[in-house]
Design a protein around this ligand. Sequence first.
Ligand code: NDP
Ligand code: 8X3
Length: 254
Amino acid sequence: MSENKTILVTGASSGFGAAIASRFAAEGWRVIACARRSERLERLKKTIGEHDLIFPLVLDVRNAKAVEKALAALPNAFASIDVLVNNAGLAVGLEPAYRADPNDWEVMVDTNIKGLLHVTRTILPRMVERRRGHIVNIGSIAASWPYPGGNCYGATKAFVQQFSRNLRADLHGAHVRVSLIEPGLAETEFSLVRFKGDANKARQVYSGTKALTAEDIAEIVYWTTQLPEHVNINHIEVMPTSQSWGQLPVSRGA
Ligand code: NDP
Ligand code: 8X3
């Protein structure tokens, strides 16, 4: 059991975040479950059952002021955060850059980059002060491996990769851990969001294969945080066995 340590998970209303929240609550952790959809967070709280372990926090991570305000007003029992999982994020669209909607790019930059920065900057000083804490950032294989239509999404995750490394450098000697988890294909609401609610398109992404599950990622995050405090997992890249790399394409003619 965890002696009631506290974890803050952003993007806890579905997918990885909901699974991470459930995994830690099952081990007796206090969980601050943050997302924009309150009804989903309430559903999560009901599913978990141990109601006093869950604090649903309705919050848009893009709003820096709201992040600061909400995190300053946490109830005492949840105020000392041991683990922050920066998981809230999304891809919007899969068009090539020359056809992509610039508003979709704004949403990805504001959420995947700026949202992660807002939450991290708000939580980190207290971790440094306590000489205790662990930041787990959820990146993506898209940070390292480009694919058609991945343009802005992959670039936001490349930011997460390098920011995670730079955080480790800043935190040298501070006794605060930083880990980056970079998943590949995983079946969540990710594709439904990417294709703006088109369930058929989203289903096709996972059809006929065994993708990673949200629970797989929750297990990896849990393991990463459970290692002794002198052990820092810098980086894990994980794909389903059914996914690997392809040949680099060469255009011919013309
Ligand atoms: P989901 O769409 O299932 O979950 C995304 C979560 O992010 C939701 O809880 C959503 O909640 C939350 N979220 C989105 N925008 C905001 C915001 N502005 N403020 C607060 N919360 C927000 O997808 P996944 O679980 O798959 O995605 C989780 C993370 O994993 C993302 O960062 C994604 O990029 C990454 N990832 C996903 C992979 C995949 O194949 N599924 C692979 C690699 C990485 P709400 O809408 O209620 O705010
Ligand atoms: C999600 C995985 O490969 O669809 O980050 O970009 S991918």
